[in-house]
Design a protein around this ligand. Structure first.
Ligand code: PLP
Length: 492
């Protein structure tokens, strides 16, 4: 066969219908590499947040004649001058809000390579390395956190999307025919019920909305003094529902709740679900990572009672947003539910033993997310991940120790993993006033731009919450944040 004549790619790259010219490609990528390096190296010197007026950034972004191409000098200047002032720096070492999603250089390199490759990991054939690396990385996460061997993983963007898929499989298992017949107009179907603790994440409710189960059918089970699901209450709720002709569809056990990091009694919940053949989904989005520590391994031990388990490496295994791993005891049930190959994709479907990940969910185009995770795990190694998780826990314990010595302050719960919940309630103020003060402390600390915290409510009490997950946070940051909290409390 005659070789296809090589066109002059330089001309195409540089032409009006192409990309940038080769020299410019190199120059701009180097400029961005420097920009990123400056950002990472200097992040601790920035204000964590800036005071911006809502709409002001959009107004500036709109005020350009974007119909005409702009030079990269101008675009980069806008990035610095317009966009950066409106960034809340989640990667700042004093950002302790939510679950700070930490970035790092290996992860950035993986993201850059994935963006350059821009492949879709929808089937094995659509990019064999993307599928096989996803496979390997998922095995590593399962093994390093101590999840049950033999469970198959699938990467989704977020735990919210993962739980929606898990509950779709649970729905099919509970009433059958949902794939083909749907749920409307079926007299054989009773309302479906999902049970989750009163501390479970809101993503459960959203999944119920999407799946046609309805938010009101998410039963919030009460928790004990340490915010763990009360299994007697769970059993009672299920029995009450069955007696009323409702169909228990799934139970969500949370390992590492959002507010306090509490851990539901998975083994006992598993027993309850096993006896009644109810799907058990374990939401270990945050807490699964604790299993990388020998002293944290208890959180994942015995999870083989679960039908599905989610772990979010973007919360606490140092893989930046987004990367969520769902593990399935019976992956075939997910495949049976979602495999639907249109004619034009038949040639892309795998004829090997490798999975076609498009068959395990609604997404067809799938980012090569595994690449950044692979870079992080290779660069830090298993030991490096373990020591970083342990360091996050040590910093949380350090803050907790400071809190427990300060009059007027108390730990609202024992410290779980790397989450500290602090209650400011000096003598002589009532609970409602204290709620206001706790909220104000957080708002005022955040307004200084020197740190970032969030607040949450535990049984009607507003508490200050600090979550550690950033690899750049040091003792000095912990002390600084604590001094800010105390100073704001004193100013009141
Ligand atoms: N589950 C728990 C326990 C969480 O804390 C969160 C988020 O904070 C989620 C699920 C949802 O995670 P995602 O943001 O990946 O959807």
């Amino acid at each position: 066969m005659p070789a296809i004549p090589a066109p002059d790619m330089n001309e195409k790259l540089a032409g009006p219908l192409g990309d940038f010219a080769p020299a410019q490609i190199r120059a701009e990528l180097h400029r961005m590499a420097d920009w990123i390096a400056d950002y990472r190296i200097g992040i601790a010197e920035r204000a964590v947040s800036n005071d911006v007026e809502a709409g002001s950034i959009a107004a500036s972004l709109r005020a350009v004649a974007w119909e005409e191409p702009a030079g990269m000098d101008r675009i980069m200047a806008d990035l610095d001058d317009v966009v950066m002032p409106g960034i809340l720096h989640w990667g700042h070492p004093a950002f302790l809000g939510y679950f700070g999603s930490t970035s790092n250089t290996p992860a950035l390199l993986g993201e850059m390579a994935a963006a350059a490759l821009n492949v879709s990991a929808m089937t094995w054939k659509s990019s064999p390395a993307a599928t096989e690396m996803e496979n390997v990385v998922l095995d590593w996460i399962r093994d390093m956190t101590g999840l049950p061997p033999g469970y198959m993983g699938v990467v989704y963007d977020t735990a919210s999307v993962a739980v929606m898929h898990a509950l779709a499989a649970a729905r099919e298992s509970a009433c059958g025919g949902t794939r083909t017949e749907g749920m409307l107009g079926r007299p054989d179907l009773a309302p479906l019920r999902i049970y989750a603790s009163d501390q479970a994440h809101s993503s459960v409710g959203k999944a119920a909305i999407v799946l046609g189960v309805g938010e009101m059918n998410v039963v919030r089970v009460q928790t004990d003094d340490e915010f763990r699901m009360d299994c007697n209450a769970l059993e009672r709720a299920i029995e009450r529902d069955v007696a009323q002709g409702l169909t228990p569809m799934a139970v969500i056990a949370t390992v590492g709740t959002t507010s306090t990091g509490s851990v539901d009694p998975v083994a006992e919940i598993g027993r309850i679900c096993g006896e009644r053949k109810i799907w058990l989904h374990v939401d270990a989005a945050y807490g699964g990572a604790f299993g990388v520590l020998p002293e944290g391994r208890w959180v994942t031990e015995g999870m083989d009672v679960a039908d599905s388990i989610v772990v979010n490496p973007h919360k606490w295994l140092f893989v930046p947003l987004d990367f969520s791993a769902l593990y399935l005891r019976n992956p075939q049930s997910m495949r049976d539910l979602f495999s639907l190959t249109p004619e034009y994709l038949r040639g892309a479907a795998s004829d090997s033993s490798a999975p076609d990940y498009m068959d395990y969910g609604i997404q067809l185009g799938r980012r090569f997310r595994a690449l950044k995770a692979w870079m992080v795990f290779r660069a830090f190694g298993r030991a490096g991940i373990e020591s970083r998780v342990r360091e996050n826990c040590r910093l949380a314990a350090t803050l907790a120790n400071l809190v427990s010595q300060e009059p007027g302050f108390a730990l609202a719960t024992p410290v779980n993993m790397a989450i500290v919940c602090i209650r400011y309630q000096p003598a002589g103020i009532d609970s409602e006033t204290a709620n206001m003060r706790n909220q104000q402390i957080v708002e005022r600390v955040n307004a200084t731009g020197q740190a970032y915290l969030t607040y949450t409510t535990l049984r009607g009490e507003t508490v200050i919450r600090a979550g550690f997950g950033n690899i750049l946070t040091t003792d000095a940051h912990v002390n600084a944040v604590w001094n800010l909290i105390r100073a704001e409390a004193r100013r009141m």
